[in-house]
Design a protein around this ligand. Structure first.
Ligand SMILES: [Mg+2]
Length: 114
């Protein structure tokens, strides 16, 4: 099992060691988008480096999380749980969320249409 907390710190340290950006948040978001685009292009063109490009996306997300002081492993676990509790039904042919799990109150709430 991957230790995301350690991986996040290792990715950050590699950035520092290699002289990459760890302060410009706008740049990190742009570079993350760039990696998503590279992964899409690899998939679209059936290139053999799709897995590596998806790894780049995860690496940038973990690095950005460390820069921002966010524990991404914890956030992923909380969000996966929240998603598992959401309830959906088909409304006019569209899968629509009808109940949202309120993490703060630990209970379901009606979902507000957006
Ligand atoms: Mg790449």
């Amino acid at each position: 099992m991957v230790d995301l907390k350690k991986l996040q710190k290792d990715i950050y340290q590699n950035k520092v060691d290699k002289g990459f950006n760890v302060t410009d948040i706008n740049e990190e978001f742009c570079l993350t988008y760039g990696e998503v685009a590279e992964a899409f292009e690899a998939w679209r063109k059936k290139k053999d480096d799709l897995g590596e490009e998806l790894a780049d996306v995860a690496i940038y997300l973990l690095g950005l999380s460390e820069i921002l002081g966010i524990d991404l492993e914890d956030e992923i676990q909380k969000k996966v749980y929240k998603n598992s509790k959401r309830e959906y039904k088909t409304v006019d042919g569209v899968n629509t969320r009808v109940k949202e799990f309120d993490v703060n109150q630990d209970k379901m709430q009606p979902s507000v249409a957006k």
